[in-house]
Design a protein around this ligand. Structure first.
Ligand code: IPM
Ligand code: MN
Length: 367
C-alpha cells in the first residue's frame, strides 16, 4: 500500500507491555487514517526477547533490509529480565538507531491537563519543552574495551566519540525547532569538565544558532537537572549529547507526570516528508525510515495486567503521523490522547485505547 496516502509501517511490538500499548497506538492511527483519508499497512516483526531466546537472533540482516524499506517504524519496548542486559538494547534498538542513521531523538516534555506533576504549583503551560538528543554518537558508539578482565589489574574504557558533522546536524535540527517555537535554544553539556567535547559542541552551537537566528544559551548538565525541577519554564528547546539526553529525558518525563505520557521520535530528518523514498523519477535517493517509540521500557512487572498506560505509545504514533506529513491526523491523535488523560488511571489499557480511538474517529472528546 506504500505510495500516495498509503504508508507501510513496520511494527516492532517487542517485549513486556510493548505489544499491549502498540495495539492501542495502532487503533488510534487507524481511526485517524479512516477520518483523514489515508491507509496504513502494518507489517509485524517478531523481534525481541522471545525471538532471541528461541533462536539466538536479535536483528537478522534480512530483517534490517526489510525495515529499511518501510515508511516508518513503530516500536513498543525491548528488554526482559531473562535476557542479559545490553543484548536487545544494543543489538536491536541501538543498532537500528545507528544503521538507519536516526541521529535525532526528539522527546517532547509536556504536562497535559489532568495529569499531575510531582512539582508543586505547576500548571500545564508551565512545562512545555522539547529535548533534542543526539542519537548516534557519544558513549553510545560502544568504543572501548576491557583488559585483564576479572583480575586485580582489570581496566575498562568507554570512549565518547563526538564529530563536528554529527554535532552540527543535530544542532541544525534543534535550531530549526527553536525557530518554530519561542526561538530559544539551550545547549546542555558539561563543558567545565568534558573540555574537548564541550568545546566542540559550544563552538558548533554558536555557529548554528547565529546562522539560524535563534537565541542560544548554555547550561551544565547538572544544573539543567536542578532547573528542570526548580524552573522548567526557562527551557524551550534543549539540545544535548546522547547520554545527557537519555538522563535528562527521564527527569523530563518525571516532572511531566511520569513515563505514561512520554513519547519519542528517532528521526532521520533527511528522510524528507515521511522518510519516503523516491518512488518515481531519478536518481533514487537512499533514505531511512524514522522510528517512533514510547520512552518507557517493557515494564515486565505489569505486562499482561491491563495496567499499562497506552498514551505514550499513542503520542508516539502521533509523532509518526506528523513525520509522514499527515499533520491533521497527528494533531487529532494527540488531541484524542490528551482528552482521555483526565481520569485515565481508572481505565484498562484497552479501554483507554478504545476511548482514544473513538475520540480520534469522531473528532470529539471521549468524555
Ligand atoms: C532510551 C533507553 C535506551 C537508551 C536504552 C534502552 C538503550 O533508555 O531510549 O532512553 O539508553 O537510549
Ligand atoms: Mn532512557
Amino acid at each position: 500500500m506504500s505510495g500516495p496516502r498509503g504508508y507501510r509501517v513496520a511494527v516492532l511490538a517487542g517485549d513486556g507491555i510493548g505489544p499491549e500499548v502498540v495495539a492501542e497506538a495502532r487503533k488510534a492511527a487507524e481511526a485517524a487514517g479512516a477520518r483523514f483519508g489515508f491507509g496504513l499497512d502494518w507489517v509485524d516483526y517478531d523481534l525481541g526477547a522471545d525471538r532471541y531466546l528461541r533462536t539466538g537472533e536479535v536483528l537478522p540482516d534480512g530483517v534490517l533490509a526489510e525495515l529499511r524499506e518501510a515508511d516508518a517504524i513503530l516500536l513498543g519496548a525491548v528488554g526482559r529480565p531473562d535476557v542479559p542486559p545490553g543484548v536487545l538494547e544494543r543489538g536491536l534498538l541501538l543498532r537500528l538507531r545507528f544503521e538507519l542513521d536516526l541521529y535525532v531523538n526528539l522527546r517532547p516534555v509536556k504536562l497535559y491537563p489532568g495529569v499531575s506533576s510531582p512539582l508543586a504549583d505547576v500548571k500545564p503551560d508551565d512545562i512545555d519543552l522539547l529535548v533534542v538528543r543526539e542519537n548516534t554518537e557519544g558513549v553510545y558508539v560502544g568504543a572501548g574495551g576491557t583488559v585483564h578482565r576479572g583480575g586485580p589489574a582489570e581496566a575498562a574504557t568507554e570512549t565518547s566519540i563526538e564529530t563536528r558533522a554529527g554535532v552540527e546536524r543535530c544542532l541544525r535540527f534543534a535550531a530549526a525547532k527553536a525557530r518554530e517555537r519561542a526561538g530559544r535554544l539551550t545547549l546542555v553539556h558539561k563543558a567545565n569538565v568534558l573540555v574537548h567535547a564541550g568545546d566542540l559542541w559550544q563552538r558548533a552551537a554558536r555557529a548554528v544558532a547565529d546562522e539560524a537566528g535563534v537565541a542560544l544559551d548554555y547550561t551544565h548538565a547538572d544544573a539543567a537537572c536542578l532547573y528542570l525541577v526548580s524552573d522548567p519554564q526557562r527551557f524551550d528547546v534543549i539540545v544535548t549529547d546522547n547520554l545527557f539526553g537519555d538522563i535528562l529525558t527521564d527527569l523530563g518525563a518525571a516532572i511531566a507526570g511520569g513515563l505514561g505520557t512520554a513519547a519519542s521520535a528517532n528521526l532521520n530528518p533527511e528522510g524528507g516528508p515521511g522518510g519516503l523514498k523516491e518512488r518515481s523519477g531519478s536518481p533514487p535517493v537512499h533514505r531511512s525510515p524514522s522510528l517512533f517509540e514510547p520512552v518507557h521500557g517493557s515494564a515486565p512487572d505489569i505486562a499482561g495486567t491491563g495496567r499499562a498506560n497506552p498514551v505514550a505509545a499513542v503520542l508516539s504514533a502521533s509523532l509518526l503521523l506528523d513525520h509522514l506529513g499527515e499533520r491533521e491526523a497527528a494533531a487529532a491523535v494527540e488531541a484524542g490522547a490528551v482528552a482521555a488523560l483526565p481520569g485515565a488511571a481508572g481505565y484498562s489499557t484497552q479501554a483507554l485505547g478504545d476511548r482514544i480511538a473513538t475520540a480520534v474517529a469522531g473528532g470529539g472528546s471521549p468524555n
